[in-house]
Ligand binder design. Structure first.
Ligand SMILES: [Zn+2]
Length: 213
């Protein structure tokens, strides 16, 4: 995954999204994609402020259902933000393309990755709770261990621009999306089940995907 992508919003013409309205400041707000699904909105000390769901904010995580108002009356459409981002940078193909398999229910290799994912998640969570920032070298190493999921979690843990509760929520959300049955047709959530317990089951109770020998 690439580094967080940023969309600037304001009246000035050098913004990614120009909103030429009287109550919108020249450089009003910034949207940062922490991951594909976690979007941070920050007000850049604008004159009339930024409101999300009726509350004036400095920075907060927003989603498709958030009601964002710039300045006094200007709504910000989440879909417009997504479209802008899509225009800026098309999504790169997955790091490792799935390899066709003889046995379509053999997911042992993908399942094994989840053990590293769980370890990384727990380490990142502990590091955030103890306010001990993960060192960049550690994060790079962690990324390479879990190419498909690790990047997002490492990026959240290392982010310095969101507060601890937001970071925790973002981390938990990303983990919940990733810690699932590796069969794309199943994606059963594993919740907080320890990896060792899952491995002992050897196969998915839902789709019968083979997890371990
Ligand atoms: Zn399954």
């Amino acid at each position: 995954m690439s580094s967080p992508q940023v969309i600037t919003i304001g009246r000035a013409t050098d913004n990614s999204l120009v909103v030429n309205k009287p109550s919108v400041s020249g450089h009003h707000a910034v949207v940062t994609f922490i991951t594909d699904h976690i979007v941070l909105l920050e007000d850049k000390n604008s004159t009339f402020g930024t409101n999300v769901n009726g509350r004036r904010i400095q920075q907060t995580v927003i989603g498709p259902d958030s009601q964002v108002i710039l300045g006094q009356v200007e709504p910000l459409d989440f879909r417009q933000i997504l479209a802008l981002r899509a225009g800026q940078a098309p999504s790169p193909p997955p790091v490792s393309a799935p390899v066709p398999k003889d046995d379509s229910l053999d997911f042992r290799a993908e399942f094994a990755e989840l053990e590293k994912l769980q370890e990384l998640y727990l380490t990142a969570r502990k590091s955030i709770q103890t306010k001990d920032p993960l060192r960049q070298t550690y994060i790079r190493a962690a990324f390479s261990l879990v190419p498909l999921f690790g990047a997002a979690i490492g990026q959240i843990a290392a982010a310095h621009f969101i507060n601890i509760p937001q970071k925790m929520a973002a981390l938990d959300e990303e983990y919940k999306r990733a810690y699932v049955c590796p069969n794309p047709k199943c994606r059963k959530s594993f919740g907080n089940t320890p990896f060792a317990d899952l491995a002992a089951r050897r196969q998915c109770p839902g789709c019968k995907a083979k997890w371990a020998d």
